[in-house]
Design a protein around this ligand. Sequence first.
Ligand SMILES: Nc1ncnc2c1ncn2[C@@H]1O[C@H](COP(=O)(O)OP(=O)(O)OP(=O)(O)O)[C@@H](O)[C@H]1O
Ligand SMILES: [Mg+2]
Length: 627
Amino acid sequence: MAKSNRPLRPKHLHKEQSEAETKGTAHYSKNIYWTILMTYRPFLGQIGLCLFLGIFGRALLLANTNIIGFWVDSLVGKSTPLNQMSSVQIVELLLTMTLVGFSMTLIFRVGFSRLSAKAISNFYDEVTLRTSRLPMGFFDTTPAGRIITRFSSDYGNIFRLFGGPLAEFISIIFDLIMMVVLIGIANPIYLIFVFFIGLVNLLVYRLNRDHLRKVRRDLSASRSPSIAHFAETTQGASTIRSFRRQDSFIERFEDLDRYYLGQKLYTTREIIGFSFQMNSMSSLLLLITGVAAYFMVEKNWASIGSVGVAFSFIALSGNTVQMFFEWLTQFEEAMIGVERLDHYLRMDIEKGNKLPSTAHFQTGHPVYESDAERKLSQQRLTEDANASVEIKNLWFRYREDLPWVLKNLNLEIKAGERLGIVGRTGSGKSSLIQALFYLYPIEKGEISIHGHHPQINGDDAGAIDLNLYRKAMAFISQDPILFRGSLRFNLDVENVFSDEKLRAVLQQVGLWDWVDTQALKLNMPIEENGKNLSLGERQLLCMARCLLQQSPIVIMDEATSSVDPKSEEILVRATEEFFAHRTQIIIAHRLSTLAKCDRILWLQNGEIFELGPTDEVLPRFKKAELV
Ligand SMILES: Nc1ncnc2c1ncn2[C@@H]1O[C@H](COP(=O)(O)OP(=O)(O)OP(=O)(O)O)[C@@H](O)[C@H]1O
Ligand SMILES: [Mg+2]
């Protein structure tokens, strides 16, 4: 078959980028059949019942043709099982069979589609549970567009096909089975023709299968670069506009999109070619069957009724067999989606983390027991208002192939202490925070809070649960993160605090007077990233959220030195008022913010350059910065 005109990789898509998506052969990995079994397992009983009704319903509907065949034969005087029945009785029988068959088919189609949709949404949940617990390195190295494509376009394909057309596909299989049985009852000689129709279509399918799989996989992969580019462009819209680079971004998008559309056209062309081959073969076989039927009646080898029945079934089966293979290729597309999500389902999750007890697929990942999970949600690392932090011989890097970012750090932050961290850009300040949370694997050294370090490798008797450990720290980045939803949702995602409690923290950070003037008060809407709030309001809301958490350790990272005076004032108030008794770790570029700290840690190239009382270290750092 023609394999020319395949779209060329666009100049904006690097070879590695396009290949990372399409790697793999024309065959699926064995895992995905197991995954599909896991997906449907909770519904197997109900699905079995639906399938039974489905096949019985199709049998009743199709058997009408046999009854009509017998009727025709009995009218021309042959002996048939219907000889004893009057015409009215036969019509009644036909009507009853149609009605019952139709109802059963309907129950099967609706019931099965519903169950299948439920099963598939479970699959989605299970993949989400695991993806949200993948190591940070995965998110660093995987473009967001690729993840979004898998969870939107690939999942959309799976849901669309498994949620409805799968029932249709199974109906087709039932039809084929029933046709073979019913043709056998009418006139077994015709089974030879059915066999040939099936064989020829299978051959055409086998010849096309690998190529079509590959084409579909390429199509699927060609989508994510343009989506990723689109997402990046909307996020960076203001920067692109200020640098007047709209045209190059549009050109890049057009280039990537043209590639996707080219793949789409190419795929459609290949699929139409495949249908054409099947159509031609089926028509040819039908012609041969018709001519053969004529001679069989002529030679008296078969009755008119039985030939009529067999011929109508064969005409129908040619079509049905073809539909079967066309659907099969449609399902290939959904299977590619399953395969791509299945890849996320099986990746190793972050070391030390576990899946929640609601995860049911046995993928070999550690899972919380529901009792332990419930206990843990109520547990705290310490009931004290503050906690100490011990860092011992800490070496930290983001990945094994990257250089060390923190080198042999040793320090202890006392409970209730206020520690300021300074250092040139890139000196490792934010990385120390990542390490404190164990967001990346710590290969050498150890960090503990209140004398506890987290359980990472599973064989450490003195260690505590990673999530319990993390709960002891609250992190406020100076780039406040807010979500679309109500103010209440942003403060209290899990919906556990009373209105009074929320009001009290808002009063504490000085926001209540403002909230009180809003028509919807706590239910006022917050736009994406808090766009409808000022930066100061956003920061104060994040402080309020942090206060609700009551973590003994509060970490603040002032991302850049260009924050406005209002933000600095909020940071100072936070350290002195809101979190007065907590242990505080503050990264600040504006040194005035750190004046009230107990001690200053000065980092240089990932090493402790100085650590000591604020009034000693801060002036020296200031002086060094001025040089
Ligand atoms: N996710 C990451 N993956 C790989 N390397 C990283 C990552 N984040 C930071 N780095 C590298 O780690 C080093 C330290 O970065 P870090 O963000 O800790 O600096 P910083 O002291 O917080 O700087 P700034 O004052 O600019 O915020 C830098 O060389 C940086 O390139
Ligand atoms: Mg930083």
